[in-house]
Design a protein around this ligand. Structure first.
Ligand code: HSE
Length: 428
């Protein structure tokens, strides 16, 4: 008879509690599917006394996650502590040193230390799996490492931070400014303890860098992700983009081009009628493109107890079934460093600006664009506000460098009021 697979769970917050619930509720089905009983032997968390609404008696308690990781009665160390260093890192490193497999939901840890930890694990014959770290309940790591393993992946895109998508779609539906919806998201408990992880794009960029490593066989390079948050998106941008047939998303794009590995997590316009454009509220969507398969769209809950615990269990069950896939889909020592491409390929841009309402103002702006080699696709002028006129321009494809040159040139025209807003329009 096979022996039970024994879990040690560090971190009993929302996700850890969710994992305990699944192991307790679905013990029979987990065993039937994997051929092995899956049991929890030990847990650790900050507070032992907190009522989490689950039964923890019967599990050994450790105050220290590192001690938990080293226990002889733990086969898989399940790291749900979070953070890119400190106890999470120390405990994962200790588990690997002890030859144990690791399942984690920690995107920050792997974005910063994934290469090193994966190499250490593989040297020990252990695996690190992280389905729950990217897009919560969406099985995107599995899709890339297994379902699409026979493809050359050409592009990975996605909305991978539900909080940002909630804020942007709520601003649009309620007609509220960013600051009000940010406060609402905070009151609802949607924001990370450090909100900049969400609205600054960092959390989503962590996730993108992990997917890029799998997709392109490159070393995780979080430091090269071009990143911009959503804090400067105004309700005017959202409304006027909608008027032109677009929605604004905090969109991640990764692709390997002749110029190197391009990784961006920035606000982008996408067509309102595209799957990404139709994504509402706190939901995530990942779009994968492969040379044989074409485009795959995965959509679902990117956070929360059930969805994230579901992803943790998928990894645990793989290990129970004897499926041992390298952390990034191929041995970590074979992942290649890739030069970073810091600007994306040419794209259309949305440009919003306010001009002095006087003869020739628009002509001067058009001249500056023309001089930078940028052609105008569409243009709208909205109701005048006293002596200024809001103007919206959608360009034909141009490089970001050319656009930046044009924006610099606009400053010298003497007709611009304030700074123009430029947002890339992504071909999705
Ligand atoms: N804070 C994240 C989100 C979930 O809003 O999607 C964890 O990565």
């Amino acid at each position: 008879m096979t022996t039970p697979l024994r879990l040690g769970i560090a971190g009993l917050g929302t996700v850890g509690t969710g994992v305990v619930k699944i192991v307790q509720r679905h013990a029979a089905v987990l065993q039937a599917r994997t051929g092995r009983a899956i049991e929890i032997t030990a847990v650790s968390a900050r507070s032992r006394d907190k009522d989490r609404g689950v039964r923890l008696n019967g599990y050994a308690w450790e105050d220290d996650a590192v001690a938990l990781a080293r226990r002889d009665d733990v086969d898989i160390f399940v790291e749900l502590v979070g953070g890119d260093s400190g106890p999470a890192h120390d405990a994962v490193a200790a588990a690997i040193a002890a030859g144990k497999d690791v399942v984690t939901a920690n995107k920050a840890l792997l974005a910063h230390h994934g290469q090193d930890l994966a190499e250490r694990a593989e040297a020990k014959g252990a695996v690190i799996r992280f389905e729950a770290a990217v897009a919560g309940g969406i099985p995107v790591v599995k899709a890339l490492t297994e379902g699409l393993a026979g493809n050359e992946i050409t592009r990975v895109m996605g909305v991978m931070n539900g909080t940002c998508n909630y804020i942007l779609t709520r601003m649009e539906s309620a007609g509220l400014p960013y600051a009000d919806v940010f406060q609402e998201a905070s009151d609802l408990g949607y924001l990370e303890a450090d909100p900049n992880l969400d609205v600054g794009g960092i959390d989503a960029a962590h996730k993108l860098s992990l997917l890029a490593a799998i997709a392109f066989g490159t070393r995780v390079d979080f430091g090269s992700v071009v990143m911009e948050g959503i804090g400067r998106i105004s309700i005017d941008d959202i409304r006027q983009a909608a008027d032109m047939g677009f929605r604004i998303k905090l969109l991640g794009v990764a692709q390997l081009t002749g110029r190197g590995l391009e990784q961006r997590m920035t606000p982008c316009l996408v067509p309102s009628d595209s799957p990404l454009g139709q994504l509402e509220g706190g939901t995530n969507m990942v779009v994968l493109e492969g040379d044989s398969v074409g485009q795959i769209v995965l959509r679902g809950a990117g956070a929360g107890m059930g969805p994230t615990a579901s992803a943790v269990m998928a990894d645990v069950m793989d290990i129970a079934r004897g499926i041992r896939i390298s952390t990034f889909g191929q041995p970590a020592t074979t992942l290649k460093p890739s030069p970073a491409a810091h600007s994306g390929p040419p794209a259309s841009f949305y440009l919003r600006m306010r001009l002095q309402d006087k003869p020739g103002a628009l002509a001067r702006i058009a001249t500056v664009l023309g001089e930078a080699g940028i052609s105008i696709d569409r243009m709208r002028q909205y109701n005048h506000a006293e002596t200024t006129a809001p103007v919206l321009i959608v360009t034909h494809k141009a490089t970001r460098d050319a656009l930046d040159r044009a924006i610099d040139g606009m400053a010298g025209t003497g007709v611009l009021v304030g700074d123009p807003v430029a947002i890339r329009i992504e071909d999705v």
